[in-house]
Write a protein that binds this ligand. Structure first.
Ligand SMILES: NC(=O)c1ccc[n+]([C@@H]2O[C@H](COP(=O)([O-])OP(=O)(O)OC[C@H]3O[C@@H](n4cnc5c(N)ncnc54)[C@H](O)[C@@H]3O)[C@@H](O)[C@H]2O)c1
Length: 381
């Protein structure tokens, strides 16, 4: 049974006190604290100066450089992981073993093997602590509205989709020593940047069945790719194209889904509001129907707050959160398949990659020094 009393604030520890902890998690946790739903009881970071400054600025009573000591002494209900992906597995497992729920930043962890090890550390009951992933784009009012209409069949069958994360990162960004390496960043833009739009696309479109990927290293001096593209087939028959890039000066995040009765478009950069969604009805759709589709209701932007509110309610109700278990694994499996397809030049089907497959344990499939196909580099790899 859950150790958490649903009427008590969720005692929360923040692990990793860098950029996203300050910009995304703390504001969300403090908003819910004001509503009596959360209480930030501890902060942990390997950098002692950083964690003390973080705790002092936000009046957090416990600061430490030692995660295990914090788990033993504070016994938090929820551990929020804002650390780099390479440590997500060990920290998620430690928190679960200490009886805490986990909300872990994307990318979930560097491989499906890591993800499965995290799931194996859960006790398994709906009311038992589980690990969930930060995929905040699923939780804005826009996605909620469109998902409900899609699943109800209001737009007819989804037919063809585009999913685009075309961003720009300069050499200074890649000067940080952990960036651009498989072991520390987890992957290139397919894993680190496009993951949000990919996750939302998969959430809206339903189960995918096959992916054919390409990857390239065009600008940056990195181990990973800096561009990837993919063609995707979904179980329902629809097809989609994906582009993930960090070399695109005119930055945009975009999803477009053409259905039998409407085109749905989302255009934004790092987060959306209702006004960023556009629905175009097919000829013959009654105006009253289209007006209903365009009524998104109260505006709740995609944000850490929107997802945390839902997670806290799920924990209190003893429900699995949407980005836990298979709902968090699906996007990592898809990205793994995209890399495998790109590096082996073959289509990859959903469910193909399991224990024994080199891509199950490493997104580069055992070849971190891969060379882009057709680049000429492969002769010297
Ligand atoms: N959801 C989003 O929109 C979003 C946006 C930005 C970053 N992120 C993700 O959040 C994570 C952190 O990114 P960031 O930009 O905040 O990085 P950052 O470098 O600013 O902060 C990371 C912090 O973790 C600390 N740290 C490193 N190893 C640790 C360990 N073993 N134990 C405890 N602390 C440790 C570092 O000292 C640093 O303070 C990454 O996985 C990143 O992809 C998500």
């Amino acid at each position: 049974m859950s150790p958490h009393r649903s009427d008590a604030p969720l005692r929360t520890a923040v692990v990793g006190t860098g950029g996203i902890a300050r910009a995304g998690h703390l504001p969300a946790l403090r908003t819910l604290a004001a509503e009596g739903k959360t209480e930030v009881v501890a902060a942990v970071d390997v950098d002692g100066t950083a964690v003390r400054a973080f705790a002092d600025s936000f009046s957090i009573p416990y600061a430490s450089t030692d995660l295990d000591a914090m788990l033993a002494e504070v016994r938090p209900d929820l551990v929020v992981l804002c650390t780099p992906p390479a440590v997500h597995r060990e920290q998620s497992v430690a928190a679960l073993r200490a009886g805490a729920w986990v909300w872990c930043e994307k990318p979930p962890c560097p491989s499906l093997a890591d993800y499965d090890a995290i799931e194996a550390a859960e006790k398994g009951g709906d009311a038992d602590p589980y690990a969930s992933i930060v995929f905040q784009h699923r939780f804005g009012s826009g996605a909620r509205h469109v998902r409900r209409l899609l699943r109800a069949g209001a737009f007819g069958r989804p037919l063809v989709a585009h999913c685009q994360t075309t961003w720009y990162r300069d050499a200074a960004y890649y000067a940080a020593p952990w960036r651009g390496h498989w072991a520390t960043e987890g992957g290139g833009p397919a894993m680190g940047h496009g993951i949000h739009q990919t996750d939302l696309l998969l959430d809206l479109m339903g189960p995918w069945s096959e992916v054919r990927g390409m990857a390239a290293r065009l600008v940056h001096d990195v181990e990973t790719e800096d561009v990837s593209t993919a063609q995707v087939r979904f179980e329902g028959g629809a097809v989609a194209t994906l582009v993930n890039s960090v070399v695109s000066p005119d930055e945009v995040s975009r999803i477009r889904i053409d259905c039998e009765h409407a085109t749905i478009e989302l255009t934004h950069l790092y987060g959306y509001r209702n006004a960023d969604w556009h629905i175009t009805p097919a000829p013959g759709v009654p105006e009253a129907t289209a007006a209903g589709w365009r009524d998104f209701g109260a505006d709740e932007p995609s944000s850490h707050l929107a997802q945390l509110r839902c997670l806290v309610d799920d924990i209190a109700a003893g429900r699995r959160h949407d980005t836990s278990g298979p709902g968090g694994r699906r996007t990592l499996e898809f990205i793994t398949a995209l890399y495998k397809s790109a590096f082996t030049d073959t289509p990859v089907r959903a469910g193909d990659i399991g224990p024994g497959d080199p891509y199950y344990t490493e997104l580069h499939g055992g070849a971190p020094g891969w060379a882009p196909a057709g680049s000429g580099e492969e002769d010297h790899a």
